[in-house]
Design a protein around this ligand. Structure first.
Ligand code: ASP
Length: 734
């Protein structure tokens, strides 16, 4: 479909890790090795603002430096902070671990959790159950898409996609020959360059301290992505290793991990105007989109996401009201749909307010004129804008159907479990290196863990209602071609109620409620699953071809994007440079550093926000009802002004939150906010409403991220929970 790329023209500008600083001082999410290339002027400016560290102090190129204390968790970040493996992250990042450890009788989510001895620390499951420490970064672009690569020789878009995936998997397999490594190859700049991240993965993580939900999630969805903010969004976990110091699965014999580097905790906190560094794993920004891509997000994706997630939340909450066990089981899903829904609304509002589509249109016009005038530039660059639009337009034809089917696959349900075993079994027919990412042998442990976690998180009635809703939506969205497997299972045009009734009968007949059966299915062959008479396995087998076709179409699109996006970016880069503006790589779930200042902002005319909050504001917001319901022990200590050494003299109370102008996004949750000496003063956990659409562009006026002040956590441990041993471990010099 796409003409074969001329390899020598793909990467004419390989200066990826030598970015001049963009115009706005605190813009940019810097990869560790880019720090050394920021230039003397930039480092001088940072030092005049109070930064006492050098690029080498942060990252020495060999897995050393302060940044090696910044750990990656699934979708989040954490910071090692003690010589015995304690790490800090957000409460919302440990949310599913807290939920999975809770029962209605021992409800750590509601009441909080304090391990007073090592023996009381409990296994963390879910996303916080594995943490990764970065040990090496390597440019592997040449192997993935250089002139001699299979990519360069491939003749179709699908073959290009497959070639890149194959190369990535080979590199990962070589990297993982070193024991305990978990490696990943990340595409930078939409696939113009590729980097290998070698990480050490730890699999025994334990929950040590979590505040009650009334502190950790104070304000709930009502306050999410908002300022002023008063949530104590922190939790503490510990990494364990085998007695000989190696990463190992959870076992009682394991001992606390002694990291090479950990960050010191600064008991004195921050003040307005201080310089702060935020280091973490930002997930995704999209700052170089074509106009139609922006419009599609604004008019189609985010509105559909907001609507669908609101509907799912209403369904899950209604089920949760029926009994406390269901309420606990659906808590994590409700929270994560809630976060996604609020974010989607913020994106819609922000994209419109900031005129992102209109700006993209102006730039597209400038680009067209620039390319027409600059005949010296490669012809592929000139073709890129139109080619890109063509590829994206074709992809949009299937996007409604894909949206709902992907949500169905993601839902924690028996059908979701069956679908993943059928897909795994199909993939297993191929040699390991040809299987899709996520379905190789290296992924088996995780697949098993997911089935175990499902036992603790599924609420069958809630899953059934949510699934019925999504199936009805998928059928309605499918236009002329509804999913046949659904028609067969539930009847043509069936309404959600009728689908739910059929699902209830399937729930009564399925064996998938039994964890052992689901675990056996992880290893089952395609033939065995095809012969199964379990109703969910049968439905999954019937659905598989539709899902496989969607994935095949996506691969073709992605293969074409691997050709055209880098060319588009190169053209855009040439344009921006001609105007003295730089571009830097979008976030891609790899380690980045953002430099920032503690500062407030003005959300609209005549309104100014100061950058810090304290316990005073917690008391002001307190309603005695969710989501503003602070536990009594916290209220008592706050009302008694029992602040100990943790009060901030300027605030006259214990500080709770602070704003900085960091360049952050989802995935930065739990990122340490460090002072000029590299000591932790807080944890990033959110952005302000006006900055939700910051994913599409940073701005000095509205780009503000929200951090919890670590003194709030220290105060909770000290004055509220009397967790003296923990405090001593965090502040050994105190
Ligand atoms: N609270 C956010 C998250 O969902 C962090 C952010 O978006 O800035 O990860």
């Amino acid at each position: 479909m796409t003409p074969r790329p001329r390899p020598h023209l793909i990467l004419p500008l390989l200066f990826v890790f030598a970015f001049p600083s963009p115009a706005s001082a605190d813009e940019g999410q810097w990869p560790p090795e880019a720090l050394a290339t920021l230039g003397e002027a930039r480092w001088g400016e940072l030092s005049s603002r109070g930064l006492e560290l050098t690029a080498r102090d942060l990252w020495d190129g060999e897995g050393g430096g302060l940044l090696s204390a910044v750990v990656g968790l699934s979708g989040c970040t954490g910071a090692l902070v003690s010589e015995e493996g304690l790490f800090l992250t957000n409460h919302h990042c440990a949310f599913s671990a807290i939920q999975l450890a809770s029962t209605p009788e021992k409800n750590y989510l509601r009441d909080g959790f304090v391990a007073r001895t090592r023996a009381e620390e409990v296994e963390a499951r879910g996303g916080a159950g594995q943490v990764r420490v970065l040990s090496r970064l390597l440019d592997v672009t040449d192997r993935v898409r250089g002139p001699k690569s299979a990519f360069a020789k491939a003749k179709t878009d699908t073959a290009r996609y497959d070639a890149v995936e194959r190369a990535k998997k080979e590199i990962v397999a070589e990297c993982e020959k070193t024991p305990d490594r978990r490696c990943a190859v990340a595409a930078f700049e939409d696939g113009r360059t590729f980097r290998l991240m070698e990480q050490v993965e730890f699999r025994d993580v334990r929950l040590v301290y979590a505040p009650p939900r009334g502190v950790g999630d104070f304000g709930g969805e009502e306050d999410n992505f908002r300022w002023p903010r008063h949530a104590g969004d922190f939790s503490i976990l510990r990494v364990y290793v085998s007695p000989d110091g190696k990463p190992a699965p959870h076992s009682r014999e394991n001992v606390p991990y002694r990291p090479k580097r950990w960050l010191k905790v600064a008991p004195k906190g921050v003040a307005e105007g201080d310089v702060v560094m935020i280091a973490g794993y930002p997930g995704r920004t999209q700052r170089y989109l074509t106009p139609s891509a922006v419009r599609n997000l604004e008019k189609w994706f985010y509105p559909l996401r907001s609507r669908t997630f609101s509907e799912l939340i209403a369904i899950l909450e209604a089920e949760g009201k029926k009994d406390p066990d269901t309420a606990l089981r659906v808590a994590s899903a409700v929270r994560s749909y809630g976060n996604g829904e609020t974010n989607a609304r913020g994106q819609i509002e922000g994209l419109a307010r900031n005129g992102v589509a209109a700006r993209a249109e102006v730039e597209a016009k400038e680009l067209a004129e620039f390319l027409a005038a600059r005949k010296d530039l490669p012809v592929e660059w000139a073709a890129a804008p139109a080619e890109l639009e063509r590829v994206l337009a074709a992809d949009r034809a299937v996007q409604d159907r894909r949206f709902f089917l992907e949500e169905i696959e993601r839902l924690g349900s028996y059908l979701g479990s069956a679908l993943s075993s059928v897909r795994r079994a199909e993939e297993r027919r191929k040699p390991d290196l040809e299987r899709e990412a996520g379905y190789q042998d290296r992924d088996l442990d995780r697949a098993r863990q997911r089935e175990k976690d499902l036992t603790r998180s599924i609420a069958p009635s809630a899953a059934r209602e949510a699934l019925a809703h999504l199936v009805a939506k998928a059928q309605a969205a499918a236009g002329g071609s509804p999913v046949l497997a659904f028609d067969e299972a539930f009847g043509k045009g069936a309404a959600a109620d009728a689908i739910a009734a059929k699902l209830a009968a399937m729930d009564a007949a399925t064996a998938l409620a039994d964890e052992k059966v689901r675990l056996a299915n992880v290893d089952a062959t395609a033939a065995a699953l095809a012969a199964s008479d379990d109703p969910y396995v049968k439905l999954a087998v019937a659905l598989h071809p539709d899902l496989a076709a969607l994935r095949a179409a996506r691969k073709e699109t992605d293969g074409a994007l691997l050709v055209w996006r880098p060319r588009y970016l190169s053209a855009l880069e040439a344009l921006r440079r001609s105007k003295g503006r730089a571009i830097y790589p979008d976030a891609n779930s790899t380690l980045r550093v953002s430099f920032a200042t503690v500062k407030g902002y003005s959300p609209r005319e005549a309104v100014t926000f100061t950058p810090r909050t304290s316990l005073k504001g917690v008391l002001e917001k307190e309603r005695g009802a969710e989501p503003f319901e602070t536990p009594k022990k916290v209220l008592d200590a706050a009302r008694a002004a029992d602040f100990g050494p943790w009060a901030d003299p300027l605030l006259g109370s214990v500080p709770v939150g602070f704003l900085t102008d960091g360049d952050t996004t989802g995935g930065n949750s739990g990122s340490p906010a460090m002072n000029g000496r590299g000591e932790v003063v807080g944890l990033n956990f959110d952005r302000v409403w006006e900055n939700v659409a910051g994913d599409f562009g940073w701005s000095p006026e509205r780009s503000r991220n929200v951090n919890v002040d670590l003194r709030y956590a220290l105060w909770m441990m000290d004055r509220v929970d009397g967790a003296g041993a923990l405090l001593k471990e965090l502040l050994p010099e105190r």
